[in-house]
Design a protein. Structure first.
Length: 241
């Protein structure tokens, strides 16, 4: 089971959690066949908070996911937290200039610096959506539009014409307009993600036993993005046992 497969396997744990936060629910196809081999060396294939949009596009495209899927799936950041260590460089020494990332909204920059002081606790948690961190809505896209994306990879969506167009569409130019479209598109993107690279015939296996995701893939905290994804979704799993 590679790391993209792990995310697809964990997807079936998320619909109820999304529904409880005001988001959509959807039926998750089960019974897919996956490989028996895992490798932590494939972490470089995973999206990173440092990735420019061009690299994000390449990684998603390699899995059969397009730009629309990319932006839609990143919209999952409407819920959840990240660690200061994954973006603090944007606040104090962006591209080794000794200054903050100029794309960050000034008032939001001050808020982030207060939450993540220089040389502070890198493990401190910060909401990925400053306005409604526990509600499934389009606030994340409005934040990106307004220069309030926490992760660099999120904010960069506003700089690429193709991804910017999708962000604009979800955020809407007038309050409320197109706000429900994200709720319609997100389940489709999640189901598409769960359906990539399915084994056929006698290849792989259909899993019947829950495994500890971290032990199964030897995931460490150094695998930053994957570690966060697994930790967040695994916590969802524990709530419904």
């Amino acid at each position: 089971m590679d790391q993209w497969t792990l995310i697809k396997e964990l997807i079936k744990l998320t619909p109820e959690k999304k529904w409880q936060s005001g988001g959509p629910s959807w039926l998750v196809p089960t019974g897919r066949r996956d490989g028996r081999i895992s490798s932590s060396n494939q972490a470089s294939n995973m999206p990173s908070p440092l990735d420019p949009v061009s690299v994000q596009k390449q990684k998603f495209s390699a899995k059969g996911l397009d730009v629309h899927d990319l932006v839609t799936l990143l919209g999952a950041h409407t819920i959840g937290q990240t660690d200061c260590r994954f973006f603090s460089y944007r606040l104090y020494n962006f591209t080794t200039t000794g200054n903050a990332d100029p794309t960050i909204n000034q008032s939001f920059l001050e808020l982030l610096q207060a939450q993540c002081p220089k040389n502070g606790d890198g493990l401190r948690k910060v909401a990925l959506d400053k306005d409604s961190p526990v509600k499934f809505d389009v606030s994340y896209f409005k934040n990106v539009r307004d220069g309030s994306g926490v992760l660099e990879s999120d904010q960069r969506l506003w700089e690429d014409p193709a991804t910017k167009s999708v962000v604009q569409n979800y955020a809407g130019n007038i309050r409320g307009i197109l706000g429900l479209r994200f709720e319609f598109e997100f389940p489709k993107a999640m189901i598409k993600l769960s359906s990539i690279e399915v084994k056929a015939g006698s290849q792989g296996e259909i899993r019947k036993i829950e495994m500890d995701c971290f032990d199964a893939l030897s995931i460490t905290k150094s695998d930053s993005v994957l570690y966060k994804i697994v930790r967040e979704i695994s916590s969802m799993k524990n709530e419904f046992r």
